[in-house]
Design a protein around this ligand. Sequence first.
Ligand code: HEC
Ligand code: HEC
Ligand code: HEC
Ligand code: HEC
Length: 214
Amino acid sequence: MNTISRKFGVCCLLLLLTAVTQTAQPQPEGGTSRALQVPEDGHRVLRANKNAPPQPAEPQVFQGYPDAPEFTVVDRVSELNFFPCIGCHSVLPLNTELRKLMAPHPAGLEHGNGQYWCLDCHSVENRNALRTLNGTEVSFDEAHLVCGQCHHDVQKDFYYGGHGKRVSGWQEPREVYGCTHCHDPHDPAVKPRAPEAPPPVRRGLGRSLREAER
Ligand code: HEC
Ligand code: HEC
Ligand code: HEC
Ligand code: HEC
């Protein structure tokens, strides 16, 4: 009984000694096996992150197409019938109510299934200018900036030459027709057209072809 308890006591002493010497051993510093941190907030770090976690990005702001070939747009202001608009509108009271307009203006707006009103595109403060949906003034000569807010796919094609038309040849400078050269902004859809009659065929040729088919 006595010997057993003595043996037990020696064992305990040995265990205690090994424990003390192990904790006293110096930890390798900057070695390959880095000790995992035990954070205080309870989240266990599973591995030391070599790369910093991705930072939240700044919100992206559309900057146009800086790599698109440069171009100028054919003037539109000189084509307008009612310009300058402030000739009348500087004295007319502003009426933002949705209504059927009297002459001289278009009574209907066949664009966007009735979702929009004149003042979504026309500046209120300066009737001589267009506006974007966030209120930035745009010249009538740069209507593509207004249209492109909603038709961004077409606008991109327009910048790179896939939609619309170039005035002259392929040499610089690049001059293109603006959107409103082809589309009426108040009724922009391209209307179906009856096909033209086929060109005349040289006399005698049409008949002989028909005979050959028989
Ligand atoms: C000959 C005079 C005259 C000229 C020039 C004129 N307007 Fe107007 N405009 C009017 C009148 C009158 C009304 C109000 C019509 C109504 O209430 O039925 C009006 C109404 C409007 C409205 C509807 C909103 C509002 O303020 O009542 C818009 C948008 C508008 N004009 C845009 C233009 C633009 C853009 C031009 C230039 C390209 C222009 N106008 C040039 C006479 C004119
Ligand atoms: C989708 C945008 C948009 C909307 C909505 C819109 N317009 Fe326009 N409007 C334009 C653009 C772009 C032009 C320039 C047309 C051009 O270059 O031939 C224009 C031109 C005009 C002109 C000048 C036409 C001329 O030949 O002098 C008048 C007047 C006008 N708009 C009135 C109105 C009125 C009134 C409304 C509402 C019933 C309206 N617009 C709605 C974009 C718009
Ligand atoms: C505020 C948004 C908005 C703006 C700005 C705008 N559009 Fe539209 N547009 C629409 C919507 C919505 C439709 C209807 C789409 C549909 O019916 O498929 C439409 C329809 C059209 C269509 C007919 C498409 C088809 O498939 O038949 C053309 C062409 C067009 N717009 C050209 C223009 C031009 C040119 C401008 C600039 C003067 C312009 N749009 C400005 C929203 C806009
Ligand atoms: C040189 C003439 C021309 C110019 C400039 C032009 N378009 Fe078009 N656009 C057309 C024709 C023609 C069609 C019909 C094509 C078809 O039906 O296949 C069309 C079709 C469209 C359509 C409807 C078809 C689709 O792909 O959704 C939209 C929207 C449109 N154009 C918007 C614009 C805008 C916005 C601009 C300016 C950035 C512009 N267009 C400049 C001639 C033009």
